[in-house]
Each structure stands twice: as C-alpha cells, then as structure tokens.
Design a protein around this ligand. Structure first.
Ligand code: ADP
Ligand code: MG
Length: 592
C-alpha cells in the first residue's frame, strides 16, 4: 500500500492558517481590513479574553449575497483580484483570499451578512466544515464571530500569551486602522468595557486626540513633504514627549499599516540630535508612493513591505520630520512639561566628580575651542506662524534674539524675560546643547581642536573591552583625542579635545566607550556611534547646576543657545527651558 496521501482541504486550511493567523491580533487585523475593503463607515468590535475567547466584528459595508458568503470561507476565494497583473497594483487590503478560510478552519466561526437591510445569510463553520447555512433577517453589512481561536489546534492555543498581551496586540491593530481612517466610526469593547468610542473625525489630529489623548495630539507637529512623486504626511511628537517603546509609532504605506525598518530608521534619524537613547517619538506617518515602487506581498500578513528604492523613502521620511522639528521652536509652558525620567548623569553623583571647581562659561572674546558654525540655511529667519499655527506654546523670537537675563536662581537656573513672559533655563542642559552642536559641526568638518596633555595618560582596559576600543580608535581621534594602542589592552592618550580640558580623561574615555558599546547593541552605524560619543562628551564638559555664573556669562550662554538648531530640547531629549507666560502670571494674580 502506498504511503502518500493527498491532504484534505480542511487539513490544508488548518496548516495554512498558521501563516496568516498566528494570534488573536492577526484575526482582528484581517477582519478589520475586510470591513474597510467592504466600504464600512462604522466598525464595531467586541473582544473577550484578549480575543482568545471571542472576536466579533460588525460592519455596515457592502455585505455578501448567499453564493459569495459560501465562497468567502473557501480558500483562495477573493473578490479582489481578477487577473495576475492585478497583484502588482492592488490597492485593497485583501487579495489572497485566505483569511476567512484560515480563521474558520481553526475556530468556531459564524458569518452573517446581507447586501441590504432585510434578508441575509448565516454560515456557521465548525471544525473546518460548514455546519449550517441559513437565511435570516439582518441589517446591511457583515458580522463575523470567531470563538475559541485554535480550538482544534491545541499546540497553538497553548502558546497564546496572557489576556493582557493578546489584547494589547489586537488594540494596536485597531488603533492603527482607526488612525488611518478618521472618517470611519470605531467602537471597541473588551469584556463589556468600552475601550474605543471614536465618532467620525474631520482630520487626523482630531482622530489622534480620540485615540492618543487630547494633550498628546495637541502638541504633535504637522508633517507633509513630497518629493519625486512620493509623499509623507501625518503627525509627529515633540522630542520632550518621547516614549520608552515604539508603541506610539504608527506607520502606513498607501494606507496599509506596516512594520518597516526603513521607515522607523528614517524617523529616528530625524530625532537623532534631540532624543535620549532608547526613547522613541510618537508618530503617525503615511507614506504615499506609486504602487509600482514597492512590494507588499513579501509577508503573509502583509505587514512588511519591500521598497524598490529604500534609500529615497528613508530620506524622505527623515527630511519630512526633520523639517517640521526644525521649524518648531515653541517654548513649552511650565504646566505642559510632563515629568520624565532623570538623566543618568543627574541620577549618578559619581559623574559629577571631576569638574574643575569654579568652572565658568567661556566668555565672549576668549578663544572658543570650536569654530562657531554659521547659521544653517534651513533655519527659518522669521517664525513661520503658518506652519505651526495649530501648535500651542509661544514661539521663540527670531533665532539669535535671546531673552534678557534677569538673574540666576539657586546657582542653577537662568531667569530671563522675553516678550511673552518669564523664561527659565536649565544652565547645564543649555550648555550641553551648545557644546553638542559645536562638536557635531566640528567633527563633521574635521575641525576639532585638541590640546596636548602635560602628562600623557595610559589607560588599561579589560580584555573584553579591547575589540571595541581598537575598532573605535579612529572615531576617538575624530573627536580630538590623541590616542594610540599601547601594548596589551591599553591605550596612551597624549591630547584631548580642548572642550574637555580639565576633565578626568580616564573616566571620560571609559564613559565614551560605554556609550559606544550600548549604541552598538542597537545600531552599528557610524553616525549613531559618533552621536553617542558627542552626547557624552558634551554632557561631561557642560557646566553643571549649582555653579554661580556672572551676568555676562549667562547672556553669552543664552545667545549661544538661541543660535543652535534646537534651543528647546537637550541631546538627551529633556527640556532646556520653559516659559511662564505673562497671561498665566496675570491669571494667578487675578488681573485677568
Ligand atoms: P481577501 O480579503 O484576501 O479577498 P478574505 O478571506 O479575507 O480574502 O475574504 C474573502 C472574500 O470575502 C473577500 O474577497 C470579500 O469578497 C469577502 N468578504 C470578506 N469579509 C467581508 C466583509 N466584511 N464585507 C463584505 N465582504 C467580505
Ligand atoms: Mg481579507
């Protein structure tokens, strides 16, 4: 007797289900996409047990007639592709004709659908086989109920995660599509609790307010840039509002939610000089691109895309966001600043050792260790109210026109006044930003100045650190260190960047190395490593808080700060300054 048998359809479906459907969230995604493809204007979703017990979705889309309802649960039955050529230019979400068949094969499944109010069709699938077909009274649209996902695939069911984890994944997809389609009404319940209640919104910001909260949405910057037939538009968060994870990033290509490294990297590049390592800005970005310029078909769940020219898409995203960030010179108001994590160097008192006592801010007239960069051309010469019109907060005056210094608070914070009120500046963060931009400019143009050490210093490394240090010696030199391998796992340093004169060389190098190692675990790109080096160097070299400054030193610092590209956020992503508006002060004294 032969050993080879042909698999039954229901078994094929069950195997294939693993590709499209791996957890409740992917069911949610497929069903939502079908509802959108059907032209729904209202989508209601009910979940229980994070979607493991129940996923129910109801839409008011075009519905299906009886024949189509029966076909829909068959594999490779789709109404969305007509000819092979269609696959390339497909604009709808579906087109594989696999989702419903796969889901029905591994759950207790019920489809109810009607093409107009009145009479419709019910199809029930149990254990991969149609167990009931009936004509029933239904409103126009489609309702699909998926109970006990993987009921007949115990191995898979066992691997489902906790209710909270599965729910979070499912909600992520719902949020993404709700952001992509502000015109659609979205309702979502979990275990009887209403999680999303989003009536049709007039634009993305209004929808973002419904889903991410009004405060977050209010402060997001408007993004819109077109180039070479492609366009990126949407909203991006301010650096000071960045989050620890990427949960608040929603990226779309031609309306389809995607997970894509080209796009996330382009986004991260835009924030490169404004964000702490490990923090990620909120972003809702839509890439519109000719369908011939990318493939979506590379991943069964269609969440990955392959751009034919990834570099140009990457740069478009980066430039679109960087432009908006560059134009946002809004000074946050005191009440708007959210408490966030402290910087490591603020938390760790060790890192405050080693500063020269009585260190002062370098004065005008003294030779500046680094060439002052000419103002960048992209810096707006006047505040463009139009581009930031919907942004709250008051704008800085023209770059360069620093507020007038009034004095210093507790030897740590500079108090100054501008047209709009009182500006409070963190002197350490301000100096850090100034040094950071100078050092960045200097390393880019190889114009870093060094100063010879009176006594060259030998630094011993642990053997496991050696590969990194030897690999990065070139980068250390670009930063202005005269550094040579010196037998065993040690180096000899005979000169340092002028900016760091007076600091503990050994500790600085070890900290820089730590920063590089940390950066390498995430990305090994040279610009990122250099940025980490510069951030660390700037942080070490900047005046600390609790240092008394002369009036003239404070004036110079504010002038330098206002001439930087980003005077509001330090390279770690913390705020540098905030304003207490005259209006707020007047309200407090009940003058208004
Ligand atoms: P695909 O979306 O790739 O075509 P699916 O298995 O997801 O494959 O769906 C099969 C077909 O069932 C679709 O092509 C569509 O014609 C129909 N269908 C599925 N869901 C709906 C819905 N909510 N409203 C109307 N028609 C639907
Ligand atoms: Mg589909």
């Amino acid at each position: 007797m032969g050993r080879i048998r042909v698999l039954s359809d229901s078994l094929i479906n069950r195997i294939a289900a693993g590709e499209v459907v791996d957890r409740p969230a992917s069911v949610v995604k497929e069903l939502v996409e079908n509802s959108l493809d059907a032209g729904a204007k209202t989508i209601e979703i009910r979940l229980n047990g994070g979607g493991r017990q129940l996923i129910e979705i109801r839409d008011d889309g075009c519905g299906m007639d009886r024949d189509d309802a029966l076909l829909a649960v068959e594999r490779h039955a789709t109404s969305k592709v007509c000819s092979p050529g269609d696959l390339d230019v497909i604009r709808s979400f579906g087109f594989r004709g696999e989702a419903l068949a796969s889901i029905a094969a591994v759950s207790n499944f019920r489809l109810e659908t009607a093409i107009e109010d009145g009479e419709g069709t019910r199809v029930v699938v149990r254990g991969g086989r149609i167990s009931e077909v009936a004509t029933v009274g239904l409103p126009r649209g489609t309702a699909i109920r998926v109970e006990r996902l993987f009921v007949n695939v115990p191995a898979r069911r066992k691997f489902l995660r906790s209710e909270a984890t599965e729910l979070a994944q499912g909600m992520r997809w719902i949020s993404r599509y709700a952001l992509a389609r502000p015109d659609v009404r979205w309702i979502t319940e979990h275990g009887g609790r209403r999680l999303i209640e989003a009536p049709p919104a007039s634009d993305l910001r209004e929808r973002a307010a419904q889903l991410l909260g009004p405060e977050t949405a209010r402060h997001m910057l408007t993004i819109d840039l077109s180039r070479d037939g492609a366009r990126v538009h949407g909203l991006a968060g301010r650096p000071v509002d960045a989050h620890v994870g990427r949960d608040h990033q929603h990226l779309f290509v031609n309306g389809r939610a995607v997970q894509d490294r080209v796009l996330t990297h382009g986004l991260a590049e835009a924030y490169r000089n404004n964000l702490a390592h490990g923090r990620h800005p909120a972003a809702i970005l839509f890439v519109e691109i000719g369908p011939e310029a990318f493939d979506v078909n590379v991943h069964p769940q269609k969440t990955e895309v392959r751009f034919h020219r990834p570099g140009s898409v990457h740069d478009l995203v980066r430039d679109a966001v960087a432009e908006a960030l560059g134009q946002d010179r809004a000074v946050p108001r005191f009440g708007e600043l959210r408490p966030g994590p402290m910087d490591d160097h603020e938390r760790n008192p060790r890192s405050r050792e080693g500063f020269e006592s009585g260190k002062t801010y370098p004065m005008a007239g003294e030779p500046s260790p680094f060439p002052v960069r000419p103002p960048t051309s992209q810096r707006p010469t006047e505040v463009r109210e139009a581009s930031v019109g919907s942004q709250p907060g008051l704008q800085l005056a023209e770059p360069g026109a620093a507020p007038r210094v009034l004095g210093q608070l507790h030897s740590s914070y500079i108090l100054a006044q501008d047209r709009e009120g009182l500006v409070v500046v963190d002197q350490h963060a301000a100096h850090e930003r100034v040094l950071f931009e100078r050092l960045l400019g200097a390393t880019e143009s190889s114009a870093v100045e060094s100063q010879a050490l009176l006594f060259p210093k030998t630094i011993e490394f642990a053997p496991h650190q050696w590969p990194t240090i030897s690999e990065q010696i070139g980068e250390f030199r670009r930063l202005g260190f005269g550094i040579e391998p010196f037998g065993g796992a040690s180096v000899r340093v005979d000169s340092v960047p002028t900016m760091t004169v007076g600091l503990d060389v050994e500790r600085l190098i070890l900290d820089l190395l730590g920063a590089v190692q940390e950066a390498k675990s995430v990305t090994a790109t040279i610009p990122e490593l250099r940025r980490r080096l510069i951030t660390t160097a700037a942080c070490h070299s900047a005046i600390t808080i609790r240092v008394a400054l002369e009036l003239e030193e404070m004036r110079r610092l504010l002038r330098d700060l206002y001439a930087t590209d980003n005077p509001t956020t330090c390279p770690h992503g913390r705020p540098i300054l905030f304003r207490m508006g005259l209006d707020e002060i007047e309200r407090a004294f009940r003058r208004r």
